[in-house]
Design a protein around this ligand. Structure first.
Ligand code: UGA
Length: 328
């Protein structure tokens, strides 16, 4: 099958292309495709915001469109809320419209952030039941969740009225060694795994935002890609469905995750001394407009029922495999 990965030069896209490029005819379209240079597939550099006609022609040419174009980093939601909105909603909506126009199946990447913040009460968010719950307008962090949520609604409306065939994916904290970048080398503010890894590699103290009581469920990228492959291979069962992809058994507080990453590094003799840990406020770390999500855990019964998928990598192994290439 001819598969177009829009925004495919990022962490998830590269991992999809690596796994599927010997089975399918894959094309990655992204701002920069350098990080995908070792993957044996077609690569096109371009900016969807500036060259939509190119994207339109590609949509015509390919059978399956996987749309990963997004800013998926909380620091950017706060610093660049307008760009976050236009990238995650306006540009993506054009892609949705053209998939409907040319009758191409769309796999739309969304986010677990659409569920919002349910405090500590969350015991497993269910795709078609859980009510979304985001924060006040001045908390700009929510612009991303709201852009993605509205996009999901439009995708479903296009399915009903324009016969679009789709699958929506809500990823829950995928991790692997090439997830982001080290802030001490490249600057900026990546997601938490890369910050903690950077500190363990010797860049300075670990910073625990608001004490690290907030919880996430970390999913090893290999498990996640297995699920995505099942979605591609089972168009009947995945047709017009929304799937959480995550590892509920790997729920951890951010503080426990920092401790576990340090313990792994000590056990493996990668380091002799652990980095110090400081507590910082969310406002100091991310800036005004940041809001946190206390607990985030997926219900994955639907993926198990319709696709026969369950993740198998434990939290310890997820972190170990993701850290290993940086030390060995
Ligand atoms: C982010 C994105 O916003 C989601 O869209 C995406 O689905 C998700 O990552 C993901 O990776 O799947 P979040 O989990 O809040 O959401 O992002 P992180 O930057 O990884 O932060 C996780 C937690 O660690 C937050 O509570 C944050 O405050 C904390 N943190 C972050 C620290 O304690 N220290 C740091 O150095 C960085």
């Amino acid at each position: 099958m001819k598969i177009l990965l829009l925004g495919g030069g990022g962490f998830i896209g590269r991992n999809i292309a690596r796994k599927l490029s010997n089975i399918h005819d894959i094309c990655i379209f992204d701002l920069c495709t350098k990080s995908a240079r070792n993957i044996d597939c077609k690569k096109i550099c371009g900016d969807v915001r500036k060259s939509f006609s190119r994207v339109k022609n590609l949509i015509k040419e390919y059978d399956l469109i996987i749309d990963l174009i997004a800013y998926a980093n909380p620091k950017l939601y706060v610093d660049k809320p307008l760009e976050t909105f236009h990238t995650c909603f306006t540009e993506n909506l054009k892609i949705v419209e053209h998939c409907a126009r040319y009758q191409k199946k769309l796999i739309q990447f969304s986010t677990c952030e659409v569920y919002g913040n349910h405090g500590d009460a969350c015991t497993g968010w269910v795709e078609d039941e859980t009510v979304f719950c985001s924060g006040p307008i001045h908390e700009h962090r929510w612009i991303y969740a709201n852009a993605k949520q509205t996009l999901e609604r439009l995708v479903d409306i296009y399915a009903k009225f324009e016969n679009l065939e789709y699958t929506i994916i809500r990823p829950f904290n995928f991790v692997g060694h090439d997830i982001d970048f080290l802030p001490s080398k490249e600057g900026g503010c990546p997601r938490v795994f890369s910050h903690f890894l950077d500190s363990i590699l010797g860049s300075g103290n670990i910073k625990l935002v608001n004490g690290g009581k907030q919880k996430r469920s970390y999913t090893y990228i290999k498990d996640a890609i297995d699920c995505i492959e099942k979605i591609i291979d089972n168009p009947g069962s995945s047709r017009n469905q929304i799937f959480n992809i995550g590892s509920p058994q790997n729920e951890t507080s951010i503080k426990q995750m920092a401790d576990l990453m340090i313990n792994i590094a000590l056990d493996q003799h990668w380091i002799k001394w652990p980095p110090a840990i400081n507590v910082v406020s969310g406002q100091d770390f991310y800036g005004k407009g940041y809001a946190d999500i206390d607990r985030r855990v997926p219900n994955i019964d639907k993926a198990e029922r319709l696709l026969g998928w369950r993740p198998s990598t434990s939290l310890r192994d997820t972190l170990l495999y993701s850290m290993q290439p940086w030390f060995e």
